[in-house]
Design a protein around this ligand. Structure first.
Ligand code: F6P
Length: 342
Protein backbone atom coordinates (compact mmCIF):
# COMPACT_ATOMS: atom_id res chain seq x y z
CA UNK A 1 0.00 0.00 0.00
CA UNK A 2 1.23 3.52 -0.82
CA UNK A 3 0.24 6.24 1.62
CA UNK A 4 0.54 10.01 1.29
CA UNK A 5 1.13 12.07 4.43
CA UNK A 6 0.41 15.77 4.72
CA UNK A 7 0.82 18.38 7.46
CA UNK A 8 -1.53 21.30 7.03
CA UNK A 9 -2.52 24.47 8.88
CA UNK A 10 -0.32 26.21 11.43
CA UNK A 11 2.75 24.15 12.30
CA UNK A 12 3.24 22.64 15.71
CA UNK A 13 6.09 20.95 17.60
CA UNK A 14 5.68 17.19 17.18
CA UNK A 15 4.55 17.08 13.54
CA UNK A 16 7.80 15.39 12.51
CA UNK A 17 7.45 12.82 15.29
CA UNK A 18 4.02 11.85 13.89
CA UNK A 19 5.51 11.43 10.41
CA UNK A 20 8.35 9.33 11.81
CA UNK A 21 6.00 7.15 13.91
CA UNK A 22 3.72 6.46 10.94
CA UNK A 23 6.54 5.72 8.49
CA UNK A 24 8.59 3.51 10.82
CA UNK A 25 5.64 1.38 11.89
CA UNK A 26 4.18 1.34 8.38
CA UNK A 27 7.42 0.13 6.83
CA UNK A 28 8.37 -2.31 9.58
CA UNK A 29 4.99 -3.85 10.41
CA UNK A 30 2.87 -3.36 7.30
CA UNK A 31 5.44 -3.21 4.52
CA UNK A 32 3.85 0.08 3.39
CA UNK A 33 5.35 2.74 1.14
CA UNK A 34 5.05 6.46 1.81
CA UNK A 35 5.17 9.81 0.12
CA UNK A 36 4.93 13.22 1.77
CA UNK A 37 2.86 15.99 0.17
CA UNK A 38 4.73 19.27 0.30
CA UNK A 39 3.03 22.32 1.80
CA UNK A 40 -0.07 20.55 3.14
CA UNK A 41 -3.20 20.55 0.97
CA UNK A 42 -1.28 22.72 -1.51
CA UNK A 43 0.91 19.70 -2.33
CA UNK A 44 -2.17 17.49 -2.63
CA UNK A 45 -3.92 19.89 -5.00
CA UNK A 46 -0.78 20.39 -7.08
CA UNK A 47 0.30 16.72 -6.98
CA UNK A 48 3.58 17.77 -5.41
CA UNK A 49 5.16 15.12 -3.17
CA UNK A 50 8.46 13.54 -2.13
CA UNK A 51 9.26 9.92 -1.26
CA UNK A 52 9.41 9.11 2.46
CA UNK A 53 11.38 6.10 3.59
CA UNK A 54 13.07 4.97 6.81
CA UNK A 55 16.12 7.00 5.98
CA UNK A 56 14.21 10.25 5.47
CA UNK A 57 12.60 10.11 8.93
CA UNK A 58 15.79 9.30 10.83
CA UNK A 59 16.21 11.37 14.05
CA UNK A 60 13.06 13.35 13.30
CA UNK A 61 11.18 13.15 16.60
CA UNK A 62 13.18 15.95 18.21
CA UNK A 63 12.96 18.27 15.20
CA UNK A 64 10.48 21.17 15.35
CA UNK A 65 8.38 22.38 12.41
CA UNK A 66 7.53 19.93 9.63
CA UNK A 67 9.89 18.49 7.05
CA UNK A 68 6.97 18.49 4.58
CA UNK A 69 6.11 22.16 4.99
CA UNK A 70 2.64 23.46 5.70
CA UNK A 71 0.17 26.02 4.43
CA UNK A 72 -3.35 27.12 5.12
CA UNK A 73 -4.56 26.08 1.65
CA UNK A 74 -8.20 25.09 1.20
CA UNK A 75 -8.24 21.85 -0.90
CA UNK A 76 -11.68 22.65 -2.30
CA UNK A 77 -10.44 25.83 -3.96
CA UNK A 78 -8.55 26.40 -7.20
CA UNK A 79 -8.64 24.74 -10.63
CA UNK A 80 -7.10 21.49 -9.40
CA UNK A 81 -8.88 21.40 -6.05
CA UNK A 82 -11.96 19.39 -5.07
CA UNK A 83 -12.47 15.64 -4.50
CA UNK A 84 -12.56 14.53 -8.16
CA UNK A 85 -9.33 16.25 -9.15
CA UNK A 86 -7.57 15.04 -6.02
CA UNK A 87 -8.71 11.43 -6.54
CA UNK A 88 -7.47 11.61 -10.13
CA UNK A 89 -4.05 12.81 -8.95
CA UNK A 90 -3.91 9.98 -6.37
CA UNK A 91 -4.85 7.36 -8.99
CA UNK A 92 -2.29 8.65 -11.48
CA UNK A 93 0.44 8.34 -8.85
CA UNK A 94 -0.68 5.04 -7.35
CA UNK A 95 -1.36 6.58 -3.93
CA UNK A 96 -3.95 4.51 -2.09
CA UNK A 97 -4.72 6.61 0.97
CA UNK A 98 -3.77 9.74 2.89
CA UNK A 99 -2.95 10.64 6.47
CA UNK A 100 -3.91 14.27 7.14
CA UNK A 101 -2.24 15.83 10.17
CA UNK A 102 -3.88 19.09 11.08
CA UNK A 103 -6.20 21.17 13.21
CA UNK A 104 -9.85 22.10 12.97
CA UNK A 105 -9.65 23.51 9.39
CA UNK A 106 -7.56 20.63 8.00
CA UNK A 107 -9.67 17.93 9.63
CA UNK A 108 -12.93 19.54 8.49
CA UNK A 109 -11.57 19.48 4.92
CA UNK A 110 -10.40 15.86 5.39
CA UNK A 111 -13.89 14.90 6.62
CA UNK A 112 -15.57 16.51 3.61
CA UNK A 113 -13.16 14.79 1.20
CA UNK A 114 -13.79 11.43 2.91
CA UNK A 115 -17.55 11.99 2.53
CA UNK A 116 -16.86 12.42 -1.18
CA UNK A 117 -15.16 8.98 -1.28
CA UNK A 118 -11.48 9.70 -0.62
CA UNK A 119 -9.55 7.41 1.72
CA UNK A 120 -8.23 9.61 4.52
CA UNK A 121 -7.49 9.23 8.22
CA UNK A 122 -6.77 12.20 10.47
CA UNK A 123 -4.30 13.08 13.21
CA UNK A 124 -5.23 16.08 15.40
CA UNK A 125 -2.67 18.85 15.67
CA UNK A 126 -3.12 22.05 17.64
CA UNK A 127 -0.98 23.90 20.16
CA UNK A 128 -4.23 25.48 21.36
CA UNK A 129 -5.49 22.05 22.56
CA UNK A 130 -8.91 22.98 21.23
CA UNK A 131 -10.12 19.66 19.76
CA UNK A 132 -12.67 18.14 22.12
CA UNK A 133 -12.25 14.53 20.95
CA UNK A 134 -8.69 14.25 22.25
CA UNK A 135 -7.71 14.81 25.89
CA UNK A 136 -4.46 16.48 24.78
CA UNK A 137 -2.93 17.30 21.44
CA UNK A 138 0.81 17.24 20.82
CA UNK A 139 2.42 20.69 20.67
CA UNK A 140 0.34 21.97 23.58
CA UNK A 141 2.79 20.85 26.24
CA UNK A 142 5.68 22.49 24.35
CA UNK A 143 3.75 25.75 23.94
CA UNK A 144 2.90 25.79 27.66
CA UNK A 145 6.55 25.18 28.52
CA UNK A 146 7.67 28.10 26.35
CA UNK A 147 4.97 30.43 27.72
CA UNK A 148 5.83 29.44 31.30
CA UNK A 149 9.47 30.25 30.73
CA UNK A 150 8.42 33.63 29.29
CA UNK A 151 6.38 34.38 32.44
CA UNK A 152 9.32 33.41 34.66
CA UNK A 153 11.56 35.78 32.70
CA UNK A 154 9.04 38.63 32.65
CA UNK A 155 8.55 38.38 36.42
CA UNK A 156 12.16 39.10 37.26
CA UNK A 157 12.34 42.22 35.10
CA UNK A 158 8.85 43.31 36.25
CA UNK A 159 9.96 43.11 39.90
CA UNK A 160 13.10 45.16 39.15
CA UNK A 161 11.04 48.03 37.76
CA UNK A 162 7.74 47.65 39.61
CA UNK A 163 5.96 47.30 36.29
CA UNK A 164 2.82 45.44 35.26
CA UNK A 165 3.60 42.89 32.56
CA UNK A 166 0.97 41.60 30.15
CA UNK A 167 1.97 38.45 28.26
CA UNK A 168 -0.16 37.57 25.22
CA UNK A 169 -0.17 33.90 24.27
CA UNK A 170 -1.90 31.99 21.47
CA UNK A 171 -5.38 30.60 21.90
CA UNK A 172 -7.90 31.55 19.26
CA UNK A 173 -11.05 30.09 20.79
CA UNK A 174 -9.86 28.44 23.97
CA UNK A 175 -7.57 29.50 26.79
CA UNK A 176 -5.67 26.32 27.69
CA UNK A 177 -2.20 27.73 26.98
CA UNK A 178 -2.93 30.81 29.10
CA UNK A 179 -4.52 28.76 31.89
CA UNK A 180 -1.72 26.22 32.18
CA UNK A 181 1.21 28.59 31.71
CA UNK A 182 -0.46 31.17 33.96
CA UNK A 183 -0.90 28.62 36.74
CA UNK A 184 2.60 27.25 36.27
CA UNK A 185 4.15 30.73 36.28
CA UNK A 186 1.98 32.08 39.11
CA UNK A 187 0.35 34.83 37.02
CA UNK A 188 -1.82 37.29 38.98
CA UNK A 189 -4.61 37.16 36.38
CA UNK A 190 -5.34 34.84 33.47
CA UNK A 191 -7.61 36.13 30.71
CA UNK A 192 -9.08 33.59 28.29
CA UNK A 193 -11.60 33.61 25.41
CA UNK A 194 -14.15 31.64 27.43
CA UNK A 195 -14.43 34.29 30.19
CA UNK A 196 -14.97 37.95 29.39
CA UNK A 197 -14.03 40.55 32.02
CA UNK A 198 -14.26 44.31 32.49
CA UNK A 199 -11.15 46.48 32.52
CA UNK A 200 -12.23 47.57 36.03
CA UNK A 201 -11.99 43.98 37.28
CA UNK A 202 -8.55 43.53 35.70
CA UNK A 203 -7.33 46.79 37.28
CA UNK A 204 -8.67 45.68 40.66
CA UNK A 205 -6.48 42.55 40.46
CA UNK A 206 -3.50 44.65 39.33
CA UNK A 207 -3.88 47.13 42.19
CA UNK A 208 -4.23 44.44 44.83
CA UNK A 209 -0.96 42.88 43.61
CA UNK A 210 0.78 46.28 43.71
CA UNK A 211 -0.61 46.94 47.22
CA UNK A 212 1.12 43.76 48.38
CA UNK A 213 4.37 45.16 47.02
CA UNK A 214 4.52 42.87 43.99
CA UNK A 215 4.77 43.52 40.26
CA UNK A 216 1.55 42.33 38.55
CA UNK A 217 1.87 39.71 35.79
CA UNK A 218 -1.09 39.02 33.52
CA UNK A 219 -1.41 36.28 30.89
CA UNK A 220 -3.94 36.87 28.14
CA UNK A 221 -5.03 34.60 25.29
CA UNK A 222 -5.13 36.27 21.88
CA UNK A 223 -8.86 35.43 21.71
CA UNK A 224 -9.81 37.17 25.00
CA UNK A 225 -12.45 39.90 24.80
CA UNK A 226 -13.19 42.66 27.27
CA UNK A 227 -16.88 42.91 28.15
CA UNK A 228 -17.05 46.01 25.93
CA UNK A 229 -15.78 44.14 22.82
CA UNK A 230 -17.96 42.21 20.38
CA UNK A 231 -15.15 40.15 18.89
CA UNK A 232 -11.52 39.23 19.48
CA UNK A 233 -8.93 41.85 18.60
CA UNK A 234 -7.58 41.52 15.06
CA UNK A 235 -5.71 43.92 12.83
CA UNK A 236 -3.89 41.46 10.56
CA UNK A 237 -6.60 40.56 8.02
CA UNK A 238 -7.91 37.06 7.35
CA UNK A 239 -6.42 33.58 6.75
CA UNK A 240 -7.26 31.18 3.89
CA UNK A 241 -10.28 29.89 5.79
CA UNK A 242 -11.53 33.45 6.20
CA UNK A 243 -10.82 33.52 9.91
CA UNK A 244 -9.47 36.80 11.33
CA UNK A 245 -5.78 36.60 12.23
CA UNK A 246 -5.74 37.36 15.93
CA UNK A 247 -3.11 39.13 18.00
CA UNK A 248 -2.73 42.49 19.71
CA UNK A 249 -5.07 42.28 22.70
CA UNK A 250 -2.05 42.56 25.04
CA UNK A 251 -1.02 45.83 23.38
CA UNK A 252 -4.57 47.06 23.81
CA UNK A 253 -4.81 46.13 27.49
CA UNK A 254 -1.46 47.47 28.75
CA UNK A 255 -2.19 51.18 28.11
CA UNK A 256 -5.70 50.81 29.55
CA UNK A 257 -4.23 49.33 32.74
CA UNK A 258 -1.56 52.04 32.94
CA UNK A 259 -4.11 54.80 32.40
CA UNK A 260 -6.42 53.51 35.14
CA UNK A 261 -3.90 52.37 37.75
CA UNK A 262 -0.95 54.68 37.17
CA UNK A 263 1.33 51.59 37.09
CA UNK A 264 3.69 51.47 34.12
CA UNK A 265 2.41 48.56 32.04
CA UNK A 266 4.10 46.74 29.18
CA UNK A 267 2.92 44.08 26.81
CA UNK A 268 4.84 41.17 25.25
CA UNK A 269 3.34 39.15 22.41
CA UNK A 270 4.85 35.66 22.46
CA UNK A 271 3.45 34.81 19.01
CA UNK A 272 5.10 32.12 16.93
CA UNK A 273 7.84 31.47 19.47
CA UNK A 274 5.24 29.13 21.01
CA UNK A 275 5.14 27.03 17.87
CA UNK A 276 8.85 26.76 17.16
CA UNK A 277 11.76 24.70 18.43
CA UNK A 278 12.07 21.20 19.79
CA UNK A 279 9.03 19.41 21.19
CA UNK A 280 9.00 18.37 24.85
CA UNK A 281 9.45 14.68 25.66
CA UNK A 282 5.70 14.43 26.40
CA UNK A 283 4.82 15.80 22.96
CA UNK A 284 7.33 13.53 21.20
CA UNK A 285 5.83 10.46 22.84
CA UNK A 286 2.22 11.49 22.16
CA UNK A 287 3.00 12.43 18.55
CA UNK A 288 4.88 9.18 17.91
CA UNK A 289 2.03 7.10 19.35
CA UNK A 290 -0.55 8.99 17.26
CA UNK A 291 1.51 8.45 14.10
CA UNK A 292 1.86 4.74 14.83
CA UNK A 293 -1.88 4.44 15.45
CA UNK A 294 -2.76 6.39 12.32
CA UNK A 295 -1.05 3.76 10.20
CA UNK A 296 -3.13 1.06 11.90
CA UNK A 297 -6.28 3.05 11.01
CA UNK A 298 -5.16 3.11 7.38
CA UNK A 299 -4.51 -0.63 7.36
CA UNK A 300 -7.93 -1.21 8.92
CA UNK A 301 -9.51 0.96 6.19
CA UNK A 302 -11.18 3.12 8.83
CA UNK A 303 -11.63 6.11 6.50
CA UNK A 304 -12.90 9.30 8.06
CA UNK A 305 -11.52 8.34 11.46
CA UNK A 306 -9.11 10.31 13.59
CA UNK A 307 -6.71 9.04 16.26
CA UNK A 308 -7.10 10.62 19.69
CA UNK A 309 -5.79 10.38 23.24
CA UNK A 310 -8.37 9.24 25.78
CA UNK A 311 -6.88 8.81 29.21
CA UNK A 312 -3.71 6.81 28.55
CA UNK A 313 -4.94 5.15 25.39
CA UNK A 314 -4.93 6.07 21.73
CA UNK A 315 -8.40 5.49 20.31
CA UNK A 316 -10.19 6.09 17.00
CA UNK A 317 -13.04 8.59 16.72
CA UNK A 318 -14.89 9.86 13.68
CA UNK A 319 -13.54 13.09 12.19
CA UNK A 320 -17.12 14.28 11.70
CA UNK A 321 -17.80 14.11 15.45
CA UNK A 322 -14.35 15.38 16.37
CA UNK A 323 -14.40 18.66 14.51
CA UNK A 324 -17.78 19.91 15.68
CA UNK A 325 -16.91 20.43 19.33
CA UNK A 326 -14.29 22.75 20.78
CA UNK A 327 -12.37 21.71 23.87
CA UNK A 328 -13.16 24.78 25.94
CA UNK A 329 -11.76 25.45 29.41
CA UNK A 330 -14.55 24.36 31.78
CA UNK A 331 -15.78 27.12 34.07
CA UNK A 332 -14.79 25.11 37.16
CA UNK A 333 -11.18 24.92 35.94
CA UNK A 334 -11.15 28.69 35.42
CA UNK A 335 -12.73 29.42 38.79
CA UNK A 336 -10.15 27.19 40.45
CA UNK A 337 -7.34 29.32 38.95
CA UNK A 338 -9.20 32.57 39.60
CA UNK A 339 -9.19 31.92 43.36
CA UNK A 340 -5.53 32.95 43.27
CA UNK A 341 -5.90 36.07 41.06
CA UNK A 342 -4.96 39.48 42.42
O1 F6P B 1 -4.51 27.39 15.49
C1 F6P B 1 -3.29 27.47 16.11
C2 F6P B 1 -2.79 28.89 16.11
O2 F6P B 1 -1.52 28.84 16.70
C3 F6P B 1 -3.71 29.89 16.82
O3 F6P B 1 -3.53 29.96 18.19
C4 F6P B 1 -3.38 31.17 16.12
O4 F6P B 1 -4.49 32.05 16.11
C5 F6P B 1 -3.07 30.74 14.74
O5 F6P B 1 -2.63 29.39 14.81
C6 F6P B 1 -2.01 31.60 14.07
O6 F6P B 1 -1.81 31.12 12.79
P1 F6P B 1 -0.84 31.76 11.70
O7 F6P B 1 0.53 31.37 12.08
O8 F6P B 1 -1.25 31.13 10.42
O9 F6P B 1 -1.06 33.22 11.73
Amino acid sequence: MKIGILTSGGDCPGLNAVIRGAVLKGVRVHDAQFVGFTGGWKGVVEGDFVPLDRHSVRGLSRQGGTILGSSRTNPFEGERGGPENIQKMLDENGIDAMIAIGGEGTLTAAGRLTDAGLKIVGVPKTIDNDIEATDYSFGFDTAVQIATEAIDRLRTTAESHGRCMVLEVMGRNVGWIALHSGMAGGAHAILIPEESHSIEQICEWVLSVRDRGRAPTIVVSEGFTLDTMNEAHSHLGFDAFNRPRLGGIGDRLAPLIEERTGIESRSTVLGHLQRGGVPTAYDRVLATRLGMSAIDSVMAGDWGSMVALRGRNIVRVSIANAVGELNRVPQARYEEAALLFG
